[in-house]
Ligand binder design. Sequence first.
Ligand SMILES: [Zn+2]
Length: 180
Amino acid sequence: MPRFLPVRTDGDPVLRQKAKKVSRVDDSLRRLIEDMFYTMYNNETRGIGLAAPQVGVGLRVIVVDMQDDEHEPIALVNPEIVKASKEMVIAPEGCLSVPGLRGDVERHEWVKVKARDEHGHEKRLHADGWFARCIQHEIDHLDGILYTDKATNIRYADEEDICTENAEREARGEKVPVSI
Ligand SMILES: [Zn+2]
């Protein structure tokens, strides 16, 4: 049975440490990945991505589930951006570790990523749009960076704003992050 792991919030030193590379992909790592997915799905704010430091584990592991028809849920171990677009895009982000805030962050429009999967196999992927944004946000967590370090126009977003924001995006047919 997967476990719900409490999500660490801004101010917790684990969020500011550089996470360590995973040296062996084994059952205990797979259990952590399962727990991370479970935590992301069962958090009170809907999340589409989670990095291990957010649950207090200083390892280079992230999980992402865009919750759309285009992308499968994925776990990336030791993810590295090997190539990134010159084109940058600004869009609002939120974070499970910085509850109640929104801010506009400039990110690469697309990235190429090299990682290992939960079985230790090498994986390469090309991500664009919100998927690329989410991966860049999560990899920043592995380096002790929070989106609020880079964001402009940081603002309070209460539950009602977030609900309205989501409803508007859904009406436009967009699947959007709410908190990553
Ligand atoms: Zn985050």
